[in-house]
Design a protein around this ligand. Structure first.
Ligand code: F6P
Length: 364
């Protein structure tokens, strides 16, 4: 019997369940393969007692259109930074990776499929270097993983953001207002740029391109005539003014290493007011709405393709790699290569040229 363990790590994203289902369905076509799921990323292995579930065709029935992940996830802690509470209430992080690999051997696990973003794939690479048979599947709404044309979940987030622009346009036009809509993406502006192009926003501000507030103000003023007019600005949570800093939220969650981003829209409104912009402004922060709900068809198909390919890599013993979509093919790339650099918006990217061609102000 061959045993494959699935883990879903990092922030959830539409399409996770579709990947799980595809792995299980493809595995059921082979003899002697058992698919297991670790609850809450690798916590299910590390907890005492462990929490591992059997994933068979019955268990994954109809989950392809469910958002989230049936085996839960976490973006805190993990095998290399397990938080242990000290007597004084503070926490120390300990490396439990060797212990986890031993536990996996004891459980008779032959390989692991780690479905996650850049943080999770960094963990995959470290575990691979320690001898664990592991395969990565690129997940994130941010689309910031390189070595693949796209991550799954991203197009669903773009769809949600675009529909939100559509909704804001009607209220903005009715009230002669500027709406500033803040989207996720961390250091990558892909969601903002795509939603701005698809939704016909006037301004798109992305982390890769710190903005000049005077340019943003001028672009918005052009949209008003005698106080009549409206505009929609799409701003990435990681965007900032030239010479400024990103807006962050303090967090005390144990084991949370990411900088929590949030407040870019509010900050922009304050900066515009300070620069003398006079029209009424409102902000909308989309937040986790971008990660919830059903995946659009594109992401279900992409997830299915990633899942089937990931299982076939395990079948061939092609470990230490991440599944990668390189149109029209699904191939495997070394994890090391996949995490070497993030996929950020480059000024030479065709979508940047398209946005400028449409007259969208990118803040400089
Ligand atoms: O990486 C995915 C992502 O949704 C980012 O776009 C966002 O900054 C972050 O996760 C939010 O994380 P959390 O769910 O911990 O608030």
């Amino acid at each position: 019997m061959n045993r494959l363990l699935i883990s879903t790590g990092g922030g959830d994203c539409p399409g996770l369940n579709a990947v799980i289902r595809a792995i299980v369905h493809r595995a059921s076509q082979e003899k002697d393969w058992e698919i297991l799921g670790s609850i809450q990323a690798f916590n299910g292995v590390l907890w005492e007692p462990s929490e591992i579930v059997v994933l068979d065709n019955n268990k994954v029935k109809g989950i392809h259109f469910q958002g989230g992940t049936i085996i839960e996830t976490t973006n805190k802690g993990g095998p290399f930074g397990w938080p242990v509470k000290n007597k004084d209430g503070s926490y120390t992080e300990v490396d439990r990776s060797d212990e986890m690999i031993r536990k996996l051997q004891y459980m008779g696990i032959d390989g692991v499929i780690n479905i996650g973003g850049d943080g999770s794939q960094r963990i995959s690479q470290l575990l691979w270097e320690k001898g664990l048979n592991i395969i990565g599947v690129p997940k994130t709404i941010d689309n910031d993983l390189s070595s693949t044309d796209s991550t799954f979940g991203f197009q669903t987030a773009v769809q949600i953001a675009t529909e939100s622009v559509d909704k804001l346009v009607t209220t903005a036009a009715s009230h002669n207002r500027v709406f500033v809509m803040e989207v996720m993406g961390r250091d990558a502006g892909w969601i903002a740029l795509n939603a701005a192009v698809a939704g016909g926003a006037e301004v798109a501000l992305i982390p890769e391109n710190p903005y000049d507030i005077q340019k943003v103000k001028a672009a918005l003023e052009k949209r008003f005539h005698h106080d009549r007019g409206f505009a929609v600005v799409v701003i990435s949570e990681g965007a900032k003014q030239q010479g400024g800093s990103v807006a962050t939220i303090k967090t005390e969650e144990v084991g949370y290493h990411n900088k929590r981003l949030g407040g870019a829209a509010r900050k922009l409104i304050e900066e515009l007011k300070a620069a003398g912009f006079k029209q009424d402004m409102r902000e909308t922060v989309l937040g986790h709405l971008q990660r919830g709900g059903v995946p659009i068809a594109y992401d279900r198909v992409l997830s299915a393709q990633f899942g089937v390919k990931a299982f076939e890599m395990a079948l061939e013993g092609d470990y230490g790699k991440m599944v990668s979509y390189q149109h029209p093919d699904f191939i495997s790339v070394p994890l090391k290569e996949a995490i070497a650099k993030p996929n950020l918006v480059d000024e030479k990217n065709q979508l940047v040229k398209t946005a400028l061609g449409l007259g969208i102000c990118l803040g400089n």
